[in-house]
Every structure is written in structure tokens, then in C-alpha cells.
Design a protein around this ligand. Structure first.
Ligand code: SAH
Length: 360
């Protein structure tokens, strides 16, 4: 069996298999075939539902200096802000009114938010919105911090591994950061019972077919419940200002591959994809994605959470973003739902006609 056949049948794949799958990327027939299989797989577990997550970018202070990221500490032009607990809760209030039942707190690695402050914020949100899921995305912390946050009520954690190749990791990050440490965080989070999200940018400088094959092999090993995959987009105030953006087509191809590799995965059609292509997120849904993450951050802070240039939705109100997304999802033939949208861990898949089985 070749790599593509093994992927479709749910076999364990080697790095060579992934290399073979990636080599097929420019064969349009393969891309169409994998997207069709990916959409079938996602329908098996989630039907036509698309889950929405309200993204609250609560701080753009960061102690790290990742070469690709616009809010790196070395960017002296970034206008920094932090949200208070009250501001965060008011984003949640607006989000709840708009139908969001998952809130994602994302930020730079900001030491101002000590364990005590984070615990207080997490407990505040969970006390007011017990029916909502809370996702954190605040980078690397100790096992003990992750344990405290989990105990305080956090349900999920997003921490992209960025690249699973040591040499490539070095090309993207300064020396004080390490892939080993990042992977350890992901394993810690899993052990603590979080629904965990890993992932990578597509087309980051230095990325090759080989490093992408390593990324896919790592995802297969980790078995995350969520995977964030979006194209790299340069930011003008970073060392990568003049690098090329990642490819939309390769991103879509990888979304299909990841859907087939981890059929129940919660897979966002990312804002970065929508930034590079006006209908990028719709294309993401057609490639196997089933999540979108509209922005709930206060309008006055939006433009300052600039990870990359020309980010979508920076000038809009939360309600506008949400309505726009709902319309787009419906036009793409899917249904935006307002449930928590947890990882599918039940036995019973949504019924699909026999001829749509995974192996036909
Ligand atoms: N500090 C948190 C959140 C980081 S921002 C953490 O370490 O996880 C969330 C994601 O945005 C990053 O993981 C990275 O993959 C992505 N990102 C950062 N800069 C980007 C860029 N220039 N283009 C595309 N994606 C970028």
C-alpha cells in the first residue's frame, strides 16, 4: 500500500509515508480526492456543524522573541496592552450574548499574569459561564501552573509546536527556547486532562517537505484533540519581514491530511488562511476544517494584537465578525452552531449513508 492508501485506511504512517503524501501535493487529483475523503470523515463525527470559538487576545506583552511573530519582545514599535479581569469578563458577556460557548484566552507570554492572577480570571469566567468551555493559549508554563489552571476550570489548551524538527526550531526561535521544552508542555497538558491543540505554520522560513513530514509524524504520536494550521505571514517589524508568505494550497492540503490522520480532530479554518485568501476559511471548511475562531477582543485593542501584517477583522466589532462568519459558513453549505463543541469521544458516529464510508 502507498502512503495515501494507508492514510485513507487509518494505518500507522512512517515519516517516509508522510514524505510520499506530501510529494503528491501538486497532483490536483490527489488534492481533490483527499479533500473529499476529509469532508466525509469530518461528517462522520460532526455532521455539517461548524463550531465557533470566541478569541480574546488579552495581552500582547511577551517575554519571548520568536523571529516570526509581530508581538515579540524585540519589536519596539508594538503598542502594548493588557486587559483587566473586568475587561475580559465583559468580552465574555458580549460573546455569550452572541452565542459563543467557548472562550479562548490567548496572549503573549506575559509574566504580569502570575498563576494567582490567571487562576482568579479563570475562576471568574467559569463561575459566570459554567456552561462554557474555556481554552487557554498563553504559551509555556510549568506543570504546576498548568495543574492550577486546570483545577480552576480551564478545559482546553492551545500550544502549537511550530515545527517538530530541532534544526528548524532553531531557525525560528532564539537560543533560550527549545523544542524539547515545548513538546514536554504538550505532554504535561495531556496528562492533566486538557483537550490539547498542537500545530504549525505552513511555509515558515526554513520549512521543507522533510520538516512537514516530521510535523505530521509528531501529530500522529501526540494524538491532539485540536490542530492549528495556518500559513506563515510576514510581519514588517520582525527579522522575517521580507520572507515569503506560506501557500494557501499547501495549507488546505495539510488540513485534509490532518483530518484523515486524526478523523475526530477539532480543526480550525484559521484567520491567517482568511487573511491570505478572501475565501480562505471557506476553502478550509471544504478541505476538512470544522472550527472558526472569530475575534472577541475589545475593538480598541484589536489592531495591536498584530502577529502578522493585514490580519483580518481588526477594525470590526465582535458582532460584525460573528455575523459575517455565520453568513459565510451557511453559504459554504455548513451550519454554525453555538454548542461548546467538545472533542468527539463517544462511540456513536453521526449516521452516514453506507456508500460514504471512509474506505470506499
Ligand atoms: N504565546 C502563545 C500564543 C502565540 S500566538 C504561544 O506561545 O502559544 C498563536 C500562534 O500564532 C503561534 O503559535 C504561531 O503559530 C502563530 N503566528 C505567530 N506569528 C505568525 C505569523 N507571522 N504568521 C502566521 N502565524 C503566526
Amino acid at each position: 500500500m502507498n502512503g495515501i492508501e494507508k492514510l485513507i485506511c487509518g494505518w500507522h504512517l512512517t515519516e517516509d509515508d508522510f514524505m510520499e503524501i506530501l510529494s503528491e501535493k501538486d497532483n490536483p487529483q490527489t488534492a481533490v480526492f483527499l479533500a473529499k475523503k476529509a469532508v466525509q470523515a469530518r461528517k462522520t463525527f460532526y455532521g455539517t456543524k461548524v463550531f465557533i470559538r470566541g478569541l480574546i487576545e488579552f495581552t500582547n506583552y511577551c517575554k519571548n522573541n520568536c523571529y516570526y511573530c509581530g508581538i515579540r519582545c524585540g519589536n519596539k514599535n508594538a503598542v502594548r496592552y493588557r486587559l483587566t479581569k473586568e475587561e475580559i469578563l465583559s468580552c465574555c458577556q458580549e460573546g455569550y450574548r452572541l452565542g459563543f460557548r467557548t472562550f479562548v484566552l490567548q496572549g503573549g507570554e506575559d509574566p504580569f499574569y502570575t498563576d494567582e492572577r490567571m487562576e482568579d480570571i479563570i475562576r471568574g469566567i467559569k463561575a459566570k459561564y459554567p456552561d462554557c468551555a474555556l481554552t487557554l493559549s498563553l504559551g509555556e508554563r510549568s506543570y504546576e501552573s498548568y495543574r492550577l489552571f486546570r483545577q480552576a476550570g480551564a478545559d482546553r489548551y492551545l500550544l502549537r509546536h511550530e515545527t517538530a524538527d530541532d534544526g528548524h526550531y532553531r531557525q525560528l526561535h532564539p537560543e533560550n527556547m527549545s523544542l524539547g521544552r515545548r513538546k514536554q508542555c504538550l505532554y504535561d497538558l495531556k496528562e492533566l486532562g486538557y483537550q490539547v491543540g498542537a500545530g504549525m505554520m505552513v511555509g515558515s522560513p526554513g520549512q521543507t517537505k522533510k520538516t512537514l513530514a516530521q510535523d505530521l509524524a509528531f501529530l500522529q504520536e501526540l494524538q491532539p484533540q485540536m490542530v492549528g494550521i495556518g500559513p506563515f505571514i510576514p510581519h514588517h517589524d520582525t527579522p522575517f519581514a521580507h520572507q515569503m508568505a506560506g501557500s494557501v494550497d499547501l495549507t488546505l492540503y495539510l488540513l485534509s491530511v490532518v483530518r484523515l490522520l486524526l478523523p475526530r480532530v477539532l480543526l480550525p479554518a484559521t484567520t491567517a488562511l482568511g487573511t491570505l485568501d478572501p475565501i480562505g476559511r471557506e476553502k478550509g471548511l471544504a478541505a476538512g476544517a470544522n472550527v472558526v475562531m472569530p475575534n472577541l477582543s475589545p475593538a480598541k485593542n484589536r489592531e495591536n494584537y498584530a502577529l502578522y501584517d493585514n490580519k483580518l477583522c481588526t477594525g470590526e466589532e465582535s458582532a460584525q465578525c460573528r455575523d459575517d462568519i455565520e453568513r459565510r459558513i451557511a453559504l459554504a453549505g455548513y451550519e454554525m452552531v453555538t454548542e461548546r463543541g467538545d472533542y468527539f469521544s463517544g462511540q456513536q458516529a453521526v449516521a452516514v449513508p453506507a456508500q460514504e464510508s471512509l474506505t470506499d
